[in-house]
Design a protein around this ligand. Structure first.
Ligand SMILES: Nc1ncnc2c1ncn2[C@@H]1O[C@H](COP(=O)(O)OP(=O)(O)OP(=O)(O)O)[C@@H](O)[C@H]1O
Length: 386
């Protein structure tokens, strides 16, 4: 009993620590359906078509000729949606069809410095072949002397991360809904021999309809069997990756277990404010479950968050079917879910219609030097397909 108390105390302390580290978000819990106007779930049914007769509104800089069909002149910058290690993601509007897109920008120099050239080219190549209802779609790419650009669907509902922080934890049914959609996205990726390698709530966006869209394929990798690279996000990394052993798709099922745990508990199971300690915790793999976890959730998580990969759920003879058939998912009709015919637990509040970005945090804007073509393009040869 006393052991249980201290576990709970430890859990609460970690939770507080985690919440403060993860900053922000003052809005009250939001898990009821919004009654906002029902726009079509996607405004982006057709690919944006550059039309020569329309004048760009953003910049008059000359356009670098690239393999991509677009240039910065085809888009008007609206605001920053998020920042990443090598650049930022902007909300942009096509000057041709007036539709909104997310434009992910990588600074070539930073990508090269961080030795991420291969990952960046992989991200473009992988996104170009993916078409799935729960995965963000990419429409095109281009580059200038300093940056490379990916044009993607704009997903208006913000990050699942923000929703989870506002709600602190998700009720079992809500966590199950998001987990089930993520599972279908991972199943699709694995069927194409792609390991995602960066599952976490920050990379799960919510569409206007409330369905998920997986984004950020910066660590995704096409592999026949095993790979080696150390990558991912500390709390979500599988022990075999930390141990620098060859690993396979099972790393995504480990992270899937961590994601479910975090949605139910509001904190990841091996959390520590020091990443090194987090790695140690992962390697030890001593996991404790808060008292409110349901029995079948504990059982499922015990199967997914399993150090020995040969016994990990999703990596056994029946593959993903073992997870889909687990009792925690017993109400899920997978075929219906894939068709998007299931009511979502939460519809993001998007008050001002198409192009609304109120679900995203504000970031300071800068003077962007996009579209520069008259400087030496030192690194362009490393990104031949953009
Ligand atoms: N298609 C999109 N629609 C709306 N917002 C997006 C989209 N893609 C990315 N974002 C926003 O931008 C943020 C950063 O995007 P992303 O994770 O792809 O960048 P990154 O540079 O790979 O980041 P990191 O280095 O942290 O992994 C996302 O967390 C999200 O808030």
């Amino acid at each position: 009993m006393s052991n249980k108390m201290s576990l709970q105390e430890q859990f609460d302390r970690q939770q507080q620590d985690y919440q403060s580290r993860l900053s922000q978000l003052v809005t009250p819990p939001v898990l009821s359906s919004s009654t906002q106007s029902t726009m079509p779930t996607s405004q982006l049914l057709e690919e944006p078509q550059p039309q020569q007769q329309l004048q760009p509104v953003h910049t008059n800089l000359p356009t670098r000729v690239t393999k991509g069909r677009y240039s910065i002149n085809d888009f008007q910058l609206i605001r920053t949606l998020g920042t990443g290690s090598f650049g930022r993601v902007h909300l942009v509007r096509s000057v041709h069809n007036g539709r909104f897109y997310a434009m992910k920008v990588f600074r070539k120099r930073q990508v090269v410095k961080a030795k991420q050239v291969e990952h960046t080219n992989d991200e473009r190549r992988i996104l170009s072949v993916l078409q799935h209802p729960f995965i963000t779609r990419m429409w095109g790419t281009f580059q200038d002397c300093k940056s490379i650009f990916l044009i993607m669907d704009y997903i208006e509902g913000g990050e699942l991360f923000s929703l989870l922080r506002r709600s602190r934890t998700f009720p079992n049914q809500v966590a199950k809904f998001y987990a089930a959609e993520v599972l279908l996205a991972l199943e699709y990726l694995h069927s194409k021999n792609i390991i995602y390698r960066d599952l976490k709530p920050e990379n799960i966006l919510l569409a206007r309809s409330g369905h998920i869209k997986l984004t950020d394929f910066g660590f995704a990798k096409e592999v026949d069997s095993k790979t080696y690279t150390l990558c991912g996000t500390p709390d979500y990394i599988a022990p075999e990756v930390i141990a620098v052993q060859p690993y396979n798709k099972a790393v995504d099922w480990w992270s899937f277990g961590i994601l479910i745990y975090e949605m139910l508990a509001g904190i990841t199971p091996f959390y520590d404010s020091s990443p090194i300690k987090t790695y140690e915790n992962i390697t030890k793999c001593e996991i404790s479950f808060p008292a409110h976890f349901q029995k079948d959730a504990v059982e499922l998580l015990g199967g997914l968050i399993k150090k020995d990969v040969t016994f990990r759920l999703g990596n056994l003879q029946n593959g993903v079917e073992d997870i889909k058939d687990h009792t925690w998912f017993k109400e899920v009709v997978w075929e219906t879910l894939l068709l998007g015919n299931i009511e979502t637990p939460y519809e993001p509040n998007i008050p001002s219609g198409v192009g609304d970005s109120s679900q995203f945090e504000r970031y300071p804007e800068e003077d962007y030097d996009y579209g520069v073509t008259d400087l030496q393009d030192e690194f362009g040869y490393l990104f031949p397909d953009f």
